[in-house]
Design a protein around this ligand. Structure first.
Ligand code: AR6
Ligand code: MG
Length: 318
């Protein structure tokens, strides 16, 4: 596989956006509901449920873009600046989680980013809003050692997500993106999972990864994946299915994103997470023309996503 580094950065960021948009139109529908209406699976962008324009992305891509912008302007991961970037970029119509809306509004009004992450839930949010946006950290820092990567992830998510499950999922997704970016051939699923187990041996998510290894080993169906994990908004329920889709359809990035979205549940976020993973591996040559052309391209649209991804790649080479 000879995919250049810059193309992989673009692949990961646009992959996230493609999965996000494809999934947003069926967000929170069950797999059965989706299949009833779309027996051939959802493969094309559909009109938005949230009243957004056709091809518009949601909070997953918006926060990914905000994180990337912050890193580029500070030349490092600066927690206070990440919080400021999320608050500046926050567009409530883009379908943010309940606690996220409260936190981002408070940050806009000057709340302290070190304590904002516990506003709604005393134990912090275990929602997937941390892992969904972590691609820039994975691309830049995914192969650092555990402690160093943990610190970067924590700085990028602490203002909204302090729950260990949310942080662990973001840490593992960042590592997984780093591994995809570095791979020079299609990774073997079991070997890939083994590297993640070793990376965070104490994580509560390891039980989920073990379940995932068994499912992949016996080529389980999408229905079995839904039965095992649920695919809801919780990090532990949605990140393993996203990784399943990426590893199960590792040679076909478009199909991986389609399969991720059609699991049902938190479809946009599962799609976004799968898209970032397969994009970091396959680069930008696989983009379906229809998705590429229909992705929103006004302010902060497709062209800016590509530009930011390319600047991240340049920054990573410094
Ligand atoms: N206790 C109970 N419920 C919780 C807890 C907790 N500790 N943590 C989270 N929830 P939030 P996010 C539930 O608001 O993680 C968008 O649609 C609770 O129902 O922190 O940024 C994106 O596309 C809460 O409202 O937001 C993603 O799908 C919900 O989890 C998702 O939202 C989400 O947590 C990202 O959400
Ligand atoms: Mg979502």
């Amino acid at each position: 596989m000879l995919v250049q580094r810059k193309e992989r950065f673009v692949g990961a960021i646009l992959g996230c956006a493609f999965g996000d948009v494809l999934g947003a139109a069926v967000e929170m529908q069950s797999r059965q509901e989706i299949l009833l209406q779309h027996p051939q699976l959802v493969r094309d962008f559909l009109p938005s449920q949230q009243g957004l324009g056709f091809g518009c992305y949601t909070d997953d891509t918006e926060m990914t873009l905000a994180l990337a912008r912050s890193i580029l302007r500070k030349k490092e991961v600066d927690g206070a600046d990440c919080a400021a970037a999320y608050a500046e970029t926050f567009t409530p119509e883009r379908g943010y989680g309940r606690s996220a809306v409260q936190v981002l509004t408070a940050l806009q009004q000057g709340a302290d980013w070190l304590s904002s992450g516990n506003m709604l839930f005393a134990d912090g949010s275990f929602g997937n809003g941390a892992v969904m946006r972590i691609a820039p950290i994975g691309l830049l820092y995914g192969l650092l050692d555990h402690q160093q990567l943990y610190q970067k992830v924590k700085l990028a998510v602490w203002m909204t997500h302090t729950h260990p499950e949310a942080i662990d999922a973001a840490l593992l997704q960042a590592r997984a993106i780093g591994l995809m970016l570095a791979a020079d051939e299609l990774p073997d699923a079991q070997g890939f999972l083994e590297k993640l187990f070793c990376f965070v041996p104490e994580s509560t998510l390891n039980v989920k990864l073990q379940g995932l290894a068994l499912l992949l080993n016996r080529f389980a169906t999408a229905d079995e994946v839904v039965a095992e994990f649920g695919c809801g908004v919780r990090s532990a329920d949605s990140w393993p299915p996203a990784l399943w889709a990426a590893l199960r359809f590792i040679d076909d990035p478009e199909e991986a994103i389609v399969q991720a979205v059609n699991l049902g549940g938190d479809t946009d976020t599962i799609g976004a997470m799968t898209g970032a993973l397969v994009g970091a591996l396959h680069g930008d040559q696989w983009f379906p023309t229809r998705w590429y052309e229909q992705l929103e391209n006004g302010t902060a649209g497709r062209d800016e996503l590509i530009e930011v991804a390319e600047r991240l790649a340049e920054f990573s080479a410094c």
